[in-house]
Design a protein around this ligand. Sequence first.
Ligand SMILES: O=C(O)COP(=O)(O)O
Ligand SMILES: [Mg+2]
Length: 225
Amino acid sequence: MTAHAPGRPVRAVLFDLDGTLLDSIPDLSEACHRMMVELGRAPHSIDTIRTFVGKGMLNLVRRCLAEHGTASDAEMAEAVAAFQRHYTEVNGLATTIYEGVVPALAALQAQGVAMACVTNKPAAFTGPLLERMGIAGYFGATVSGDTLPEKKPHPAPLIHACELLGVTVAESLMIGDSANDAEAARAAGMPVLLVTYGYSEGMPVDSIECDGLLSSLVDALPRIR
Ligand SMILES: O=C(O)COP(=O)(O)O
Ligand SMILES: [Mg+2]
């Protein structure tokens, strides 16, 4: 926790969503599978889809189509429309909450720590998913991939979340699973912890510069006092 002065209280924690709070890959993969079948293309495995998630929906769809070369605007538009339709149908059905998440969120809430969800997932999917998984009530703010013109690894969504929570960046902590989270936090000027169980676009998570690794969100609690 080098970026925080010792003993400095953390008043807010910003959480990444996919791969940090929720294992959403089964539903994302199902939506990609149905999209590819509809387009008459060979679907990718769930392990491949896991490496495509992190920079938002358009990037996920673009990467799904990429093996036939760069998709045209028309191909992208058709694929994105198909993905949105299919993901709307399955979003939350096979998604699970990682162990340790609810106890950690409940403990932080009891401590009076403000919490926000800062995700690259589009807002149309974020709100319904948080509601379905029963964790929406923990968050005082949600910033999605299309809330602002910029998404992670740009720092703007994190800074915006702090503004919505009424805290400064200096008294906030980011917890995520990928270089997008780590780079956004660094650029915003806040410390960042990364979970070891999430999706990091195929990069070993321990190769990403951060202030600490967590095998469970409850392991973050002793650092947030
Ligand atoms: O939508 C994505 O690509 C990833 O979303 P995340 O920022 O919650 O990990
Ligand atoms: Mg993530």
